[in-house]
Design a protein around this ligand. Sequence first.
Ligand code: FES
Length: 75
Amino acid sequence: MPATITIRNNGSIKVDGEFTILDQDGNPFDLGGRTTISLCRCGQSSNKPFCDGSHKTCGFESMIVHPRGTPRNRS
Ligand code: FES
């Protein structure tokens, strides 16, 4: 199953499916067989690149809505 990436409002980036996460030198992170992970988007995680829930207490706000999902574009 190809990976699906979901941007969570005021939170992390959820990655679901078959994927590999590499650092900039091409070294893979050990995901322990997990097929769903959350990547930090707020910059406050102590376990980057993974989310550790810090976004809930650091005041991170970011709403990402596809243009077709906004009320003004609905008919
Ligand atoms: S998005 Fe969750 S800790 Fe940054």
